[in-house]
Ligand binder design. Structure first.
Ligand code: FES
Length: 160
């Protein structure tokens, strides 16, 4: 039987197959998740909060705990969507505002403009640009550098 999931703050509802990941639900609903590590629980680009129904999900994996321990905006109800599998209906997900910035090039096009919402680093979850502030080239460079470092790190790391 399909499992009902709700995505806030957009109020979208969807039915996911049991045992599928929340990441597949986000992607099916057009959320732009970077999936920097390819869904291996190592990058936090799929970080979400669970507003309700944590017990309707598989427990956190060891790898997930490790990754979340270094994410700046992690909370007790944080999950990595690629690691959380849905067991039954009743999950409400909070998608962090500003989390799903698309590719670096998209942000580059916004240099010199003011962001309408907080812009979070897609990997560390740190606040890059506060709502209403200017997007600068140094921020874009910082993003680019980090993505290179993460790719190198992932190339030399095995799953746990
Ligand atoms: S996609 Fe990398 S942690 Fe989920």
């Amino acid at each position: 039987m399909a499992c009902r999931v709700r995505f806030e703050p957009l109020g979208i509802q969807d039915d996911l197959a049991p045992d599928s990941t929340l990441l597949s639900g986000l992607l099916a609903n057009d959320f732009k998740v970077l999936k920097e590590c390819g869904g291996r629980g190592m990058c936090a680009t799929c970080h979400i909060y669970i507003q309700g129904g944590m017990d309707c999900l598989s427990p956190r994996t060891k790898r997930e705990e490790k990754t979340l321990s270094v994410v700046a905006n992690a909370r007790p109800n944080s999950r990595l969507a690629c690691q959380a599998k849905i067991l039954r209906s009743g999950v409400t997900i909070e998608v962090p505002a500003g989390m799903y910035v698309d590719v670096v090039e998209d942000i580059e096009a916004l240099i010199g403009r003011r962001t309408e919402m907080d812009l979070l680093h897609p990997i560390s979850g740190e606040l890059l640009v506060e709502a209403g502030k200017l997007i600068t080239r140094s921020i874009v460079n910082q993003l680019r550098d980090t993505r290179v470092k993460v790719s190198e790190y992932l190339a030399h790391t095995q799953d746990v």
